[in-house]
Design a protein around this ligand. Structure first.
Ligand code: AMP
Length: 278
């Protein structure tokens, strides 16, 4: 497995694969990989001839005062995980490789990026759409793999690919959880022992909401209120949002009829965690 840091070095490798008629899969990540990321890589390996994992803490998707500087990084550990999962190449550029100092072109989106995480992170999805578009142009994959953990991101990327005619299939992958239910996340490393226990409230509360829907409750407001109240029983938790939306359009639902995405963002101490259930 190779670790490539420059676009100039990467392009001929990809062209070579293309000439051989090989199918290329891409797994975009910000590194500090865990079993959630690994599940995406394993799936990509099973469906493609070559798999590229991008490992890049993308500065444009962090807002002012967010955790760009402290975001955990460990390329050697990541390389071992990628190798074990069967990836062929890690693309690990420096920020200067990805963004010209006078870069002034961004990919932005209306509607889907305004609610949920977009409310507290108004510039986040512009950064995500921009970096993912760049990675799509650089790697030119046949398929790209994204986790349901970031449900809004998955919906945004699907919409971007549709609207901008990227010839790439987007594959959504299920959330991988710790044995006690906490959704795996690189940001879980910020949690103290006490906070780690408190963080279980996200999944527990979402499961409560899911249970209500499964037992026939159709009123989204009632379910939202129950989830919110349950999260608030945890003294270390502060709710950012609880929303019930259409999983594709991300429009708020009043009545639960078909599929519904129940999503939450919660601060546990200073760490903002997200989770969701369908
Ligand atoms: P990140 O490195 O956090 O930007 O995540 C890179 C990709 O891995 C995204 O598509 C995430 O949705 C996905 N991912 C992160 N955590 C999980 C998880 N616990 N289960 C499944 N996919 C995940």
């Amino acid at each position: 497995m190779q670790i490539i840091k420059s676009i100039e070095e990467l392009r001929p490798i990809i062209r070579g694969w293309r000439r051989e008629g090989l199918r290329v899969g891409l797994v975009p990540t910000m590194g500090y990989l865990h079993d959630g990321h690994k599940s995406l890589i394993v799936k990509a390996v099973s469906e493609n001839d070559r798999v590229v994992v991008s490992d890049f803490v993308n500065p444009t998707q962090f807002g002012v005062g967010e955790d760009l500087a402290s975001y955990p990084r460990d390329i050697e550990r990541d390389a071992a995980i990628c190798e074990e999962a069967g990836a062929d190449l890690i693309f690990h550029p420096e920020p200067e490789e990805m963004y010209f100092a006078d870069n002034c072109t961004f990919v932005d989106m209306d509607k889907l990026t305004k609610g949920l995480c977009g409310k507290t992170r108004p510039t986040h999805f512009r950064g995500v759409c921009t970096v993912v578009s760049k990675l799509f142009h650089i790697v030119t994959p046949d398929k790209a793999y994204f986790g349901q953990k970031d449900a809004q991101q998955l919906a945004v990327i699907r919409r971007m690919v549709r609207d901008l005619n990227f010839d790439i299939e987007i594959v959504g992958c299920p959330i991988v959880r710790e044995a006690d239910g906490l959704a795996m996340s690189s940001r879980n490393t910020y949690l103290s022992k006490e906070e780690r226990i408190a963080a279980l409230i996200l999944h527990k509360s979402l499961m409560l909401g899911k249970g209500m829907a499964e037992q026939g409750e159709r009123d989204a407001a009632k379910i939202k209120a129950a989830i919110t109240c349950n999260i608030e029983t945890e003294p270390l938790a502060r709710v950012d949002y609880v929303e019930i939306v259409n999983p594709d359009t991300l429009e708020e639902l009043e009545k639960i009829e078909g599929e519904a995405l129940m999503a939450t963002a919660v601060y546990i101490g200073k760490t903002r965690l997200i989770d969701n259930v369908i």
